[in-house]
Design a protein around this ligand. Structure first.
Ligand code: NI
Length: 396
C-alpha cells in the first residue's frame, strides 16, 4: 500500500475506483446523446436513455415529470435528509460545426452548452452512489431536468412535485473557461435573475415629410431606449449588479413612411431581489412617461422568468470540503455572472449550491453556446467523483 494511512476501502478510493469502472460507459452515453440532441421539452429519447440506465442500476425512475423530466431516488442505509442533485438535458438551436465523429446528426440542433455532459455525469453519480447507498444517512434524489435553455423546465418539474420534501440541492455546470480538473464556486448570488419585456409603442403612421400629421413611434422608442439606461445608472444601488439590454428594435418599412408602431424586446438581469423590483417598476414608469411626453400609446408586457441563483453556505461549505477531501486543492472561488440558470428555482425551495466543473481542453479557447464547442470529456468522471463525495459527506 503506497500510503500507510489510507485503507483501500476509504471513500476516496472507493469513489475513484467506482467512477473509473463506469467512466467508459458514461462517455459512450454522452456521445450518443450528443449525436441526438433534443430541444427544450422534446427530450424524450434522452429521457428514455436516462430511465433505462437508472433501471439497469436497480432504481425505479419516474418519467414524464415536468413533461420530459426524470426523477429517481437512492435510499440510504439509515434515515436522514433528502439531497437533490439536478442535471439538465436539453440542447440548443445551433448548427454544429465541430466535425467530431459523434457530432450532431440533427441539422440546427446541438449540445453546445454541455447538457449531454451533465446528463451522463448524473448517471455516473447514480451508479457510484447506488454502490455506496448502505453508507448514506438519507436519500439522494436524482433530477434530470428538461428545458433549461428556455428557463422553464425547473418550474415544470417543481410543479410536478420534483422538489417536494427536499432538504438541500446541488446543481452543476461545466465551465470551458476553467481547465478540466479544476472546480469553482461563488459565495452568495452567483447567477442573475432573468426577466424580459416586450414594449409595443403605438403611434400614428403617415408621410415622412409631414411628421406633424403623424405620431412617430420611432422617435418615442429611441427615447425609451435612452431612458432605459438610467435604470441601472440612476435607480439601482451601484453595489448591486444589474443589466438592462434592449435586444430587438423592430419598426418601419422604408425611407418615407412613419410607421404605425415599434416593438422592443429587452432583458433585465439582476443579482438582488430588491433590484428586480426596482427595475420592473422603473421600466413600466418610463414606458408610461414616453406615452405622456410623446403622445404614443404604450403596452408593456413584463415577464419574470427566474430568480437569482443564490448559493447557500450550508451546502456550499460542505461541498467544497468534500471536493477537497476527494481530489485535493482543485476548487477555487470565481466571479458571479449575469447569465441565468433555472436551477435557481430549486435554490428558491431549499438551501442549494451550484458547483462549477472545469471542462476546458488544454490549449482551446472555448465558449458555451458556440457551434464549435468541445468540452473535455474527462470532466464527466471528475464531476462524478466530486458530486458523489459531496453527497456522501452531506449525508454522512
Ligand atoms: Ni447550460
Amino acid at each position: 500500500m503506497p500510503h500507510g494511512d489510507r485503507l483501500p476501502n476509504d471513500p476516496e478510493t472507493r469513489i475513484r475506483e467506482a467512477t473509473e469502472a463506469v467512466a467508459p460507459r458514461l462517455i459512450e452515453i454522452r456521445r450518443d446523446i450528443h449525436t441526438h440532441p433534443e430541444l427544450a421539452f422534446q427530450e424524450t429519447r434522452t429521457a428514455g436513455i436516462v430511465a433505462a440506465e437508472l433501471t439497469r442500476l436497480g432504481l425505479t425512475p419516474r418519467t414524464g415529470v415536468g413533461r420530459t423530466g426524470v426523477v429517481a431516488e437512492i435510499k440510504g442505509g439509515r434515515p436522514g435528509p433528502t439531497l437533490a442533485i439536478r442535471a439538465d438535458m436539453d440542447a440548443l438551436p445551433i448548427h454544429e460545426e465541430t466535425a467530431l465523429p459523434f457530432a450532431s446528426e440533427i441539422a440546427g440542433q446541438m449540445h453546445a452548452c454541455g447538457h449531454d455532459i451533465h446528463t451522463s455525469t448524473l448517471l455516473g453519480v447514480a451508479a457510484v452512489l447506488k454502490d455506496l447507498a448502505p453508507q448514506l444517512a438519507g436519500t439522494v434524489r436524482l433530477i434530470f431536468q428538461p428545458a433549461e435553455e428556455v428557463l422553464e423546465g425547473a418550474a415544470a418539474m417543481i410543479a410536478d412535485g420534483a422538489a417536494d420534501g427536499i432538504d438541500m440541492a446541488i446543481g452543476f455546470h461545466n465551465h470551458p473557461d476553467m481547465p478540466v480538473g479544476s472546480f469553482g464556486y461563488v459565495r452568495g448570488a452567483c447567477l442573475a435573475a432573468s426577466d424580459r419585456f416586450d414594449l409595443i409603442i403605438q403611434g400614428k403612421s403617415g408621410h415622412a415629410a409631414h411628421p406633424y400629421a403623424a405620431i412617430d413611434p420611432i422617435v418615442a422608442a429611441a427615447a425609451f431606449v435612452q431612458e432605459a439606461q438610467t435604470v441601472v445608472s440612476r435607480e439601482i444601488k451601484p453595489i448591486h449588479p444589474a443589466v438592462v439590454t434592449i435586444g430587438q428594435f423592430v419598426g418601419g418599412t422604408t425611407y418615407n413612411i412613419i410607421p404605425e408602431r415599434v416593438h422592443l424586446k429587452g432583458t433585465v438581469r439582476t443579482l438582488h431581489h430588491e433590484s428586480r423590483d426596482i427595475a420592473e417598476a422603473a421600466l413600466r414608469r418610463l414606458a408610461e412617461g414616453i406615452g405622456v411626453s410623446m403622445r404614443v400609446k404604450t403596452e408593456m408586457k413584463y415577464v419574470r422568468k427566474v430568480p437569482p441563483l443564490v448559493n447557500d453556505d450550508r451546502v456550499l461549505d460542505p461541498v467544497i470540503a468534500a471536493v477537497r477531501r476527494q481530489m485535493g486543492d482543485v476548487i477555487s472561488e470565481g466571479e458571479a455572472s449575469m447569465g441565468a440558470e433555472d436551477f435557481a428555482e430549486f435554490a428558491a425551495v431549499a438551501p442549494s449550491f451550484q458547483l462549477r466543473i472545469g471542462s476546458g481542453q488544454p490549449g482551446r479557447d472555448d465558449r458555451l453556446h458556440n457551434a464549435f464547442y468541445q468540452p473535455d470529456e474527462r470532466c464527466i468522471g471528475l464531476g462524478v467523483q466530486a458530486l458523489s463525495r459531496a453527497a456522501l459527506d452531506l449525508l454522512a
